[in-house]
Design a protein around this ligand. Structure first.
Ligand code: PEP
Ligand code: MG
Length: 589
């Protein structure tokens, strides 16, 4: 009987949600983000001794790995930082953990991996209950190290997105913001995920890195196999598994056509942002990393309208110090001076928990309605003050604007500003420089803030509307739930009316309004937003050329008419179609 070659895998076309434009083709790298699955089985008597040796070896290998990381950290960051891993080494030496695992093995004769997993989990649970912060953190250390030991016992090499060796399309059930923060930017050709939506943070990062991405594919990770090739069409939200030669040829043509369009947009991108009837408008950049000033300049942004500082925290396994943050903010501020850099204080929690500080973010039923952003900061003034001091100090080196995320109303704004005042007083006493006229604003992301914009404006120098969250809260649509992503409608009349209300109240108080959510970067909404009276748009830099092209080919009077017409309509899809037609006519392709 002859053994047949496995049948070639046939082409499969899957529809997801377009998340970051572009076309990519390559081999898959499947990344499953979850705790390791530990099998459980009985060990035969003749293997008992070998099982213990296997455990000792795994501990030894893990020790070597941790030591290696420690050395790398010491070389790159310094001795103090490397000391964090002392705790990990201590866990590996912990006699109680080791003896208990061996005792469990003697009693049950079940595989050592499952014995170790059971003991480690009991320890972690016990530590998580402790009231003392330091001891609770040790629970996190045990979790980290035990995952490493288990990976070694199970023969897994720990998969890290930061360690992609060859260029690959990353296929994942989900990508956490911290994975996104450590993603090897040069090796990820494309990103495809089972879950997620257009405004999930990993997607926002992909967009700013110009990595094509499609999300919301539900079961893709179960369908792909190592060695599969995959084509990602980030324009249409399509993913093609094992595409045929004909498909690849067709996509080659589409890609050439898209490149020609992009080239046309780029050619006009260094020209002023002025409408046909002479109105100058402002387009700023959203950035996630302090080293993105080149990108801001490449796309001719008028400075930064949103610097999401949480990536500094997510990319590290500890809270960054004041000096580290100061260096980071100063880098961006100095590189772009005198253009403004709008630094947003820490927006952590929600879909961005800090895994290294899990104890500060206990699991919540409704994380997006929970302990996040300014709520976390006001509750943890020590963490908040470190950041405010760093931002204030950076303000001495250029033009800095400061804003707080998730403000719900005037009272919260006052409380945040009170902490800021304390920091200013401290810095003055220490003789450290900062911009005394630093402008401070509020993000408008919560309906209560929008509804009370008149009151909030009394405490603010500007508003910046975060439509990603504002839409989720207005329409009660979880921004990262792919099942209801089709109901996430930026053109819902409730969204338009809220935006208009915020603009009217801000202008009455003589302050400016920026929009920095993903809606601002969608070319079909450029005219609508400016027509509604928004003063500035801030977006991921690669989206700027299309916005600039549209505004340079429109009259402001027409944009106002478009907004008026949209405000009079009641159907989100019809408003969407009206805006799309307006944009297509200006783009001309
Ligand atoms: C927003 O909510 O629109 C926003 C800009 O903030 P983030 O996406 O970081 O929550
Ligand atoms: Mg937000």
């Amino acid at each position: 009987m002859s053994v047949k070659d496995p049948a070639p895998r046939s082409e499969t076309v899957l529809q997801g949600i377009s998340a970051s434009q572009g076309i990519a083709y390559g081999q898959v790298f499947v990344y499953i983000q979850s705790d390791l699955e530990v099998p459980e089985y009985e060990v035969e008597e003749r293997l008992w001794a070998a099982e213990v040796v296997r455990f000792e070896e795994a501990l030894m290998v893990t020790r070597k790995q941790v030591q290696k990381i420690m050395n790398e950290v010491e070389r790159n960051l310094g001795e103090d930082e490397a000391r964090i891993f002392d705790a990990h080494l201590l866990v590996l030496e912990d006699q109680a953990l080791i003896t208990e695992t061996l005792r469990e093995f003697e009693n049950t004769r079940r595989n050592i991996d499952s014995c170790f997993n059971g003991v480690a989990r009991r320890y972690i649970a016990a530590f998580e209950q402790i009231d003392d912060e330091y001891l609770r953190e040790r629970g996190g250390d045990i979790r980290d190290v035990s995952q490493r030991v288990l990976a070694n016992l199970l023969g897994h090499t720990a998969q890290r997105l930061s360690k992609l060796v060859e260029k690959r399309i990353v296929v994942a059930n989900d990508i956490s913001p911290s994975d996104a923060a450590s993603l090897d930017r040069s090796a990820a050709l494309g990103i495809v995920t089972d879950s997620g939506s257009k405004t999930s943070h990993a997607v926002i990062v992909a967009r700013s890195m110009k990595i094509p991405a499609v999300v919301g594919l539900r079961t893709l990770t179960a369908k792909v196999q190592a060695g599969d090739s995959i084509l990602v069409d980030g324009y249409e939200g399509v993913v093609i598994l094992n595409p045929t030669e004909t498909t690849l040829f067709r996509y080659g043509q589409i890609q050439r056509q898209k490149r020609t369009h992009e080239q046309r947009l780029m050619e006009a991108n260094s020209l002023p942002s002025v409408t046909l009837d002479g109105v100058a408008l402002t387009l700023r950049a959203n950035v996630e990393y302090a080293d993105e000033s080149a990108l801001v300049r490449e796309y001719h942004a008028d400075g930064v309208g949103l610097f999401r500082t949480e990536f500094l925290y997510l990319g590290s396994d500890r809270m960054p110090t004041e000096e580290e943050q100061y260096a980071s903010y100063r880098q961006l501020v100095q590189a772009l001076a005198p253009m403004p850099v709008t630094i947003r204080t820490l927006d952590i929690g929600g879909d961005k928990p800090i895994s290294s500080h899990a104890h500060l973010f206990p699991k919540e039923e409704n994380p997006f309605l929970g302990y996040r952003a300014i709520r976390f900061c006001l509750d943890n003034p020590d963490v908040f003050k470190v950041q405010l001091r760093a931002i204030l100090r950076a303000s001495a080196h250029g033009t800095v604007l400061l804003m707080y995320p998730m403000i719900s109303g005037r009272d919260e704004m006052r409380r945040a500003n009170a902490v800021l005042e304390v920091c200013k007083t401290e810095l003055s006493a220490e003789g450290k420089a900062f911009d005394a006229k630093l402008r401070v604003g509020s993000m408008i992301e919560i309906p209560s803030a929008a509804m009370t914009a008149d009151l909030l404006a009394l405490e603010c120098d500007f508003f910046s509307v975060g439509t990603n969250d504002l839409i989720q809260y207005l329409l009660a649509i979880d921004r990262v739930n792919d099942r209801i992503a089709h109901l996430y409608e930026p053109t819902h009349p409730a969204v338009l009316r809220t935006l208009r209300h915020v603009v009217v109240e801000a202008h009455r108080a003589k302050i400016k309004v920026s929009v920095c959510g993903e809606m601002a970067g969608e070319p079909i909404f450029t005219a609508l937003l400016f027509g509604l009276g928004v003063d500035e748009l801030s977006m991921t830099p690669p989206m700027i050329p299309a916005a600039r092209y549209i505004l340079r080919n429109m009259k402001m009077t027409d944009a106002k008419k478009l907004a008026q017409a949209a405000m009079a309509m009641d159907s989100p899809s019809e408003i969407h179609a009206l805006c799309a037609k307006f944009a297509e006519e200006r783009l001309g392709f």
